[in-house]
Write a protein that binds this ligand. Structure first.
Ligand SMILES: [Zn+2]
Length: 173
Protein backbone atom coordinates (compact mmCIF):
# COMPACT_ATOMS: atom_id res chain seq x y z
CA UNK A 1 0.00 0.00 0.00
CA UNK A 2 1.19 3.48 -0.78
CA UNK A 3 1.99 5.92 1.97
CA UNK A 4 1.60 8.78 -0.44
CA UNK A 5 -0.79 11.55 0.43
CA UNK A 6 -1.61 11.99 -3.23
CA UNK A 7 -4.06 9.11 -3.22
CA UNK A 8 -4.64 6.78 -6.10
CA UNK A 9 -6.26 9.11 -8.58
CA UNK A 10 -3.07 9.46 -10.63
CA UNK A 11 -2.47 5.75 -10.97
CA UNK A 12 -3.53 4.47 -14.38
CA UNK A 13 -5.79 1.41 -14.57
CA UNK A 14 -3.96 -1.89 -14.40
CA UNK A 15 -1.23 -0.55 -12.11
CA UNK A 16 -0.76 -1.31 -8.45
CA UNK A 17 1.53 0.32 -5.96
CA UNK A 18 4.59 -1.51 -4.72
CA UNK A 19 7.11 -0.38 -2.17
CA UNK A 20 10.84 -0.26 -2.53
CA UNK A 21 11.05 -3.03 0.05
CA UNK A 22 9.15 -5.49 -2.11
CA UNK A 23 12.40 -6.67 -3.62
CA UNK A 24 12.99 -7.46 -7.23
CA UNK A 25 9.83 -7.40 -9.28
CA UNK A 26 8.96 -10.82 -10.59
CA UNK A 27 8.47 -10.10 -14.24
CA UNK A 28 5.54 -11.77 -15.90
CA UNK A 29 6.08 -13.88 -18.97
CA UNK A 30 3.44 -11.78 -20.71
CA UNK A 31 6.13 -9.34 -21.74
CA UNK A 32 5.79 -9.68 -25.48
CA UNK A 33 9.30 -8.36 -26.03
CA UNK A 34 10.89 -11.01 -23.90
CA UNK A 35 8.44 -13.78 -24.71
CA UNK A 36 9.64 -13.54 -28.28
CA UNK A 37 12.66 -15.23 -26.74
CA UNK A 38 13.51 -18.68 -27.93
CA UNK A 39 16.41 -17.10 -29.73
CA UNK A 40 19.07 -19.20 -31.33
CA UNK A 41 22.54 -18.70 -29.97
CA UNK A 42 24.41 -16.77 -30.92
CA UNK A 43 22.13 -14.05 -32.27
CA UNK A 44 23.33 -10.55 -33.03
CA UNK A 45 21.14 -7.44 -33.03
CA UNK A 46 21.59 -5.67 -36.38
CA UNK A 47 20.79 -2.29 -34.76
CA UNK A 48 23.13 -2.17 -31.76
CA UNK A 49 25.35 -5.27 -32.24
CA UNK A 50 24.47 -6.74 -28.85
CA UNK A 51 24.92 -10.51 -28.84
CA UNK A 52 22.45 -12.99 -27.33
CA UNK A 53 24.62 -15.51 -25.52
CA UNK A 54 23.91 -17.85 -22.60
CA UNK A 55 20.33 -16.70 -22.33
CA UNK A 56 20.83 -12.95 -22.26
CA UNK A 57 21.90 -9.99 -24.38
CA UNK A 58 25.52 -9.02 -23.83
CA UNK A 59 28.16 -6.78 -25.32
CA UNK A 60 30.45 -9.25 -27.02
CA UNK A 61 32.51 -9.34 -30.20
CA UNK A 62 30.32 -10.36 -33.14
CA UNK A 63 30.45 -14.15 -33.46
CA UNK A 64 30.83 -15.74 -36.88
CA UNK A 65 27.61 -17.07 -38.43
CA UNK A 66 25.37 -15.41 -35.85
CA UNK A 67 21.63 -15.26 -36.41
CA UNK A 68 20.27 -11.76 -36.81
CA UNK A 69 17.38 -10.50 -34.74
CA UNK A 70 16.61 -7.20 -33.04
CA UNK A 71 17.22 -7.18 -29.29
CA UNK A 72 14.29 -6.32 -27.01
CA UNK A 73 15.66 -2.80 -26.37
CA UNK A 74 15.99 -1.92 -30.07
CA UNK A 75 12.60 -3.51 -30.69
CA UNK A 76 10.96 -1.30 -28.05
CA UNK A 77 12.75 1.78 -29.38
CA UNK A 78 11.58 0.89 -32.89
CA UNK A 79 7.99 0.49 -31.66
CA UNK A 80 8.12 3.56 -29.35
CA UNK A 81 6.93 1.24 -26.57
CA UNK A 82 8.76 1.89 -23.29
CA UNK A 83 8.75 -0.54 -20.35
CA UNK A 84 9.73 1.99 -17.67
CA UNK A 85 8.52 5.51 -16.99
CA UNK A 86 10.33 7.74 -14.52
CA UNK A 87 8.72 11.07 -13.68
CA UNK A 88 10.73 13.64 -11.74
CA UNK A 89 9.01 16.67 -10.30
CA UNK A 90 8.72 19.14 -7.45
CA UNK A 91 10.37 22.46 -6.66
CA UNK A 92 13.61 20.81 -5.50
CA UNK A 93 13.88 18.91 -8.77
CA UNK A 94 13.30 22.05 -10.81
CA UNK A 95 15.99 23.87 -8.85
CA UNK A 96 18.49 21.00 -9.27
CA UNK A 97 17.39 19.65 -12.63
CA UNK A 98 20.83 19.59 -14.19
CA UNK A 99 22.65 17.69 -11.45
CA UNK A 100 19.80 15.20 -11.02
CA UNK A 101 19.71 14.52 -14.76
CA UNK A 102 23.46 14.01 -14.61
CA UNK A 103 22.82 11.25 -12.07
CA UNK A 104 20.16 9.73 -14.35
CA UNK A 105 22.57 9.60 -17.30
CA UNK A 106 25.35 8.22 -15.14
CA UNK A 107 23.12 5.41 -13.87
CA UNK A 108 22.05 4.52 -17.41
CA UNK A 109 25.64 4.43 -18.63
CA UNK A 110 26.60 2.22 -15.69
CA UNK A 111 23.73 -0.23 -16.19
CA UNK A 112 23.92 -0.29 -19.98
CA UNK A 113 27.61 -1.16 -19.88
CA UNK A 114 26.63 -4.49 -18.34
CA UNK A 115 23.13 -4.95 -19.79
CA UNK A 116 22.53 -3.92 -23.42
CA UNK A 117 18.76 -4.03 -22.94
CA UNK A 118 18.78 -1.34 -20.23
CA UNK A 119 18.58 1.98 -22.02
CA UNK A 120 16.95 5.37 -21.87
CA UNK A 121 14.50 5.77 -24.73
CA UNK A 122 13.37 9.36 -24.54
CA UNK A 123 13.59 12.33 -22.21
CA UNK A 124 10.66 14.69 -22.25
CA UNK A 125 11.27 17.97 -20.49
CA UNK A 126 8.15 19.79 -19.39
CA UNK A 127 7.99 23.10 -17.52
CA UNK A 128 7.24 21.42 -14.17
CA UNK A 129 8.57 17.87 -14.61
CA UNK A 130 10.75 15.55 -16.66
CA UNK A 131 9.66 12.17 -17.99
CA UNK A 132 12.34 9.59 -18.78
CA UNK A 133 11.27 6.44 -20.58
CA UNK A 134 13.35 3.26 -20.55
CA UNK A 135 13.56 -0.06 -22.37
CA UNK A 136 13.62 -2.01 -19.11
CA UNK A 137 11.65 -1.68 -15.88
CA UNK A 138 14.66 -2.31 -13.65
CA UNK A 139 16.52 0.65 -15.12
CA UNK A 140 13.66 3.03 -14.29
CA UNK A 141 13.52 1.58 -10.79
CA UNK A 142 17.30 1.78 -10.36
CA UNK A 143 17.42 5.41 -11.45
CA UNK A 144 14.57 6.31 -9.07
CA UNK A 145 16.35 4.58 -6.19
CA UNK A 146 19.65 6.31 -6.98
CA UNK A 147 17.96 9.70 -6.90
CA UNK A 148 16.13 8.86 -3.68
CA UNK A 149 19.38 7.66 -2.07
CA UNK A 150 21.11 10.91 -2.98
CA UNK A 151 18.33 13.44 -2.50
CA UNK A 152 15.63 11.74 -0.38
CA UNK A 153 12.16 13.05 -1.30
CA UNK A 154 9.15 10.89 -2.19
CA UNK A 155 9.59 7.76 -4.30
CA UNK A 156 6.67 5.69 -5.59
CA UNK A 157 6.42 2.62 -7.78
CA UNK A 158 3.35 1.56 -9.70
CA UNK A 159 3.60 -1.74 -11.50
CA UNK A 160 1.38 -3.13 -14.24
CA UNK A 161 1.98 -6.87 -13.98
CA UNK A 162 -0.09 -7.77 -17.00
CA UNK A 163 1.98 -5.73 -19.41
CA UNK A 164 5.15 -5.63 -17.34
CA UNK A 165 5.28 -1.83 -17.20
CA UNK A 166 6.67 0.17 -14.30
CA UNK A 167 5.89 3.78 -13.49
CA UNK A 168 8.25 5.44 -11.03
CA UNK A 169 7.51 8.86 -9.58
CA UNK A 170 10.03 10.84 -7.63
CA UNK A 171 9.35 14.27 -6.22
CA UNK A 172 10.78 16.59 -3.63
CA UNK A 173 9.32 19.86 -2.54
ZN1 LIG B 1 19.71 -3.99 -30.28
Amino acid sequence: MSHSKKGYSKIPPGYHTITRHDGIIQEQVHDAYKARGKLHEPTICPECNAVFHEGRWQWLPAPANAHKEMCSACHRIHDHYPAGFLTLEGPFFLAHREEIMHLVHHEEKYQRAEHPIKRIMEIEEKPDSTLITTTDIHLARGMGEKIHDSYQGELEFHYNAQENLLRVNWSRS
